[in-house]
Write a protein that binds this ligand. Sequence first.
Ligand code: PLP
Length: 456
Amino acid sequence: MNDRFKPNSLAARDVAYAVHPQTNLAEHMTSGPVIMEGGDGVFVRDDDGRAYLDVSSGLWCSSLGYANERLARVAYDQMCRLGAYHTFRHHSNEPSILLAEKLIEMAPEGISKVLFQCSGSEANDTAIKLVWYYFAAKGQPEKCKIIGRERAYHGTTIASNSVSGKRDMHVDFNLPLSMFRHTEFPNYFRFHQEGESEEDFATRMADALENLILDEGPETVAAFFAEPVMGAGGAVLPPRTYFDKIQAVLDRYDVLLVADEVICGFGRTGNMWGTETYGLKPDIMTCAKALSAGMMPISALLIGERVHEAMLSQSEKLGNFAHGFTYSGHPVSSAVALETLRIYEEMDVARRTREVGGYMIEQLRSLYDYDVVGDVNGVGLIAGIELVSDRESRAPLDLSSGVMARLDREARSRGLILRLIGERLAFAPPFIITEPEIDEMMRRLRPSLEAAFAKA
Ligand code: PLP
């Protein structure tokens, strides 16, 4: 065991036995873990009793906070009744049926079926398989390339990571796979040219997508993946008119749209779906995270009619829809998700995120007091801030100075967990956050920024 830590302590045992995702494993040997022990509303508490306000709800998913007795009771009751059974070969269970029905009730027009998985990555991986299945059914198996966007994140499995545009996550994993392409990162603040309006920038982004499709050959391009608001790309909102123009390009070349609602779904953008907020017409939507308030691993694909018809005809021809996970439609996860959706209905979640989100964005805009704040933008209860070294010229921060790591430390020392993505800060607190709690977040954020940048 590592002798930096008290013998037999949880920290020592963590370092001795556990591998942590998205962590510098070598550094972990000396830093050890932050062990979370409990939660109370929007605050999560470590094993030293320190309470933190995490501005992005853990990994964008703890929409109802970190502990919830009502959901616990539902899980307990379901485990006592039927704690596990699969949905392969025509089997089903009540919670997964009711949850599928509820999701279709909530889904945008044109979406007619639900396929459950366990994580966002699995949902996106499966969406890619369904796109291939669809074009195989249409007799166009060569139409198989998938286009994502630079800096987008759609998951960590082989295909979902391939469609993601986070290049650091491809290195030395032999990714992306050969049929994946990436188009422009539509960050208007960072990439617009002098005098270019948001609308003109959106036109340039749509032209770039169209040129990519034409270069590849439209007969080889199957689908385009997009989050309505890019979450792990830095909480980046689409520029005005972007999705109208993108949708027109996709329609022109018969390219399917997969909307990744893993972060945006269930009210995050001020409507039930980010798709609604921006008028997208997806063939497939994927959702996870807030589906179960992050309390149980569950995700879902919401499938449009034309894709489902192809699935029907393929499985009739082949004798099986040869895809599935052991835990697809798991009764306990489904029961918890169903209860979560009931809670969202009771709290009128989209109205709430619009209202409290409006307040949060207004407070974040007050940070323009600081010269390092280049851009603040948000919708519903999600917002992004881009830090700069000079606002006038939009000169980027020098990330090699270590200033973002310093900001992280300063914030943590004040009980605030920030989501730092390169030079951006992303905000997506739990849906239950109140205005006084947002004030508290600002009381911790301002001195953290001052301390980190004063030292810079
Ligand atoms: N899609 C988006 C937009 C995400 O933000 C994430 C995770 O953060 C995923 C997919 C992957 O989800 P999971 O980590 O549940 O596999």
